[in-house]
Ligand binder design. Structure first.
Ligand SMILES: Cc1cc2nc3c(=O)[nH]c(=O)nc-3n(C[C@H](O)[C@H](O)[C@H](O)COP(=O)(O)OP(=O)(O)OC[C@H]3O[C@@H](n4cnc5c(N)ncnc54)[C@H](O)[C@@H]3O)c2cc1C
Length: 503
């Protein structure tokens, strides 16, 4: 039996929340270990765009945009259902502080990222208030850091590309990891945490499965569970009614199946929002996976009869929820023309090879819309496209208002509804099959304003913290804007680190 390892803090998982907790705890002098299930660090966070919704920080001030804690409070107040006011207030007050704490370190630099927020509501900041870590060149990083960061999504899932410059989520993970190991932090990979060690009421460490058997990692101060949701666990999805499918989720293969959430429940933790996720339309791949798709530039999405059911340019979570809202929409067909040479007029991560899609039947081509309608049994398709083309001519989508919001036109590259209303009129035509994908589930452990895990009677389990998709999201069933998954994960991670350090 190997000797048990002892640290002050054990962080389970290695996404944006985990690495923020680990870096800030280590920086405060707590001996910290990151325990990660796979052989790479970063999880879905490494795939991400790295947008962080952290309102009111110096970064937005430096960019001169009209952001403030007050306007963020107004915005959340306008869009959230039944918010936990203590936690929202903790989030708003801590967001600028976590950015300041991170930017104290030369390895961590952020910049404003133009990306509109997802609701036209009071307090919204035009063109968004999210921030992102600046890019970092691979050769600037210590080799052990560069080698540990999960590759970008198109490389990890489709073997495409390769980058000498890490951007977005990869840059976030690389920068946090860089600071963490430089300060003496420890990383254990290929350790699947599936149990918590307890002494009486207190959580004092974790049990993990490794290639060499089961090991115990002890935590003198506490354990932070930041191991994603359970999006890759189909049995749990079915049990809790999460729409979509484990195979269509964007979480990297072999990652988030919820073992640490189950371990916390065994230790008495309460859970909430278990039917929720960060949803998105997913381009179905020949291997049965789904690719997160956003930024549709032309084309229409139709249901099993060939009818549109929502504004295709909606923010992706809102579109995903529209897919799940009625039967006959999963799968949907996205019908587009040849104006982009037979490529999907949208950003799909990854898109895949059109020829492979056509061979697999996940895409179908027709010389006319009638041919597509006949082949796919979408009787209403020709009439739907004719009506949509009429809207394009008028510059007004009378059915779903496509093009009326700044988000709709952001990816189409210009102002005005006509940018989002492009006729579907250049043969041959294509239909791509879409499923309901997600960026992760967001129901999980109930936590308080210090990220402490709570029992159902509201008491805290000593020594146990959670953040990110392992915890029930502070924004409930709503996705307010770009960067909310990471921003909220990082804020509650920093609150956990402060609590662990006793400050
Ligand atoms: C293409 C794409 C772009 C996105 N862009 C953004 C964006 O710009 N901004 C934003 O806020 N969000 C974005 N998201 C969503 C966001 O990435 C995720 O919702 C968020 O990163 C989840 O963070 P997490 O820490 O909870 O989980 P993850 O980042 O998935 O990390 C969980 C880690 O825990 C590990 N783990 C799981 N189980 C165990 C176990 N039993 N033991 C040990 N380790 C375990 C996993 O292997 C994984 O490495 C995007 C998602 C995708 C797919």
């Amino acid at each position: 039996m190997p000797e048990a390892q002892v640290f002050d803090v054990v962080v389970v998982g290695s996404g944006g929340g985990a690495m923020t907790a680990a870096h800030l705890a280590q920086k405060r002098g707590l001996r910290t270990v990151v325990v990660e299930k796979t052989d790479k660090l970063g999880g879905t966070s490494a795939y991400s765009g790295g947008a962080c919704w952290l309102p009111g920080s110096d970064v937005q001030q430096r960019a001169g945009i009209a952001d403030s804690t007050e306007s963020a409070r107004t915005y959340l107040g306008a869009i959230l259902d039944h918010p936990d006011r203590d936690k929202i207030e903790a989030f708003l007050l801590q967001a600028p502080r976590v950015v300041a704490a991170l930017e104290e370190d030369p390895a961590l630099v952020f910049e404003w990222l133009p990306f509109p927020e997802y609701f036209d509501a009071p307090g919204r900041v035009s063109w968004g208030r999210s921030i992102q870590p600046t890019n970092v060149r691979r050769d600037e990083l210590p080799a052990e850091v560069a080698g540990l960061v999960r590759p970008p999504v198109e490389r990890d899932r489709a073997g495409e590309g390769g980058r000498n410059t890490l951007s977005g989520g990869q840059a976030l993970i690389a920068r946090l990891l860089w600071a963490f190991v430089r300060d003496g932090g420890t990383v254990l990979t290929s350790h699947c945490v599936d149990g918590l060690l307890r002494e009486g009421e207190r959580v004092v460490g974790v049990r993990a499965r490794t290639g060499d058997g089961v090991v115990e990692v002890h935590a003198l101060r506490g354990v932070v569970i930041a191991a994603g949701g359970f999006e890759r666990n189909q049995a749990w999805r079915s049990e809790h009614g999460v729409p979509g499918d484990a195979a269509w989720s964007m979480a990297p293969a072999g990652t988030n199946a919820g073992e640490p959430i189950a371990a916390a429940v065994e230790a008495g933790a309460a859970t909430d929002l278990l039917d929720q996720g960060w949803f998105c339309p997913g381009l179905e791949q020949p291997d049965g996976g789904g690719s997160f798709t956003l930024g549709f530039r032309s084309g229409v999405m139709v249901d099993h009869e060939g009818r549109r059911y929502a504004n295709e340019c909606l923010p992706y979570d809102r579109f995903g929820r529209a897919m799940a809202a009625a039967p006959g929409r999963i799968p949907s067909w996205f019908v587009f023309d040849s104006r982009e040479g037979g490529r999907l007029p949208a950003i799909a991560m990854p898109e895949g090879d059109p020829a492979e899609h056509l061979a697999a039947g996940t895409w179908v081509r027709g010389d006319s819309l009638q041919e597509l309608a006949d082949r796919l049994d979408l009787p209403a398709l020709p009439e739907t496209v004719e009506r949509f083309n009429g809207f394009a001519e008028k510059g007004l989508d009378e059915d779903f208002g496509r093009g009326s919001d700044e988000y709709d036109t952001f990816f189409a590259g210009g102002d005005g509804p006509d940018k989002a209303l492009v006729p579907v009129d250049q043969p041959p035509f294509y239909a791509a099959r879409f499923v309901l994908s997600d960026l992760g589930t967001k129901g999980g452990l109930v936590t308080d304003a210090h990220a402490r895990v709570l029992r159902s009677d509201g008491s805290a389990i000593p020594g146990l913290y959670a953040t990110g998709n392992s915890s029930a999201s502070v924004v409930g069933a709503v996705y307010p804007g770009p960067g909310v998954p990471l921003g909220t994960a990082m804020v509650f991670a920093s609150l956990a680190a402060e609590d662990l350090a006793g400050s």
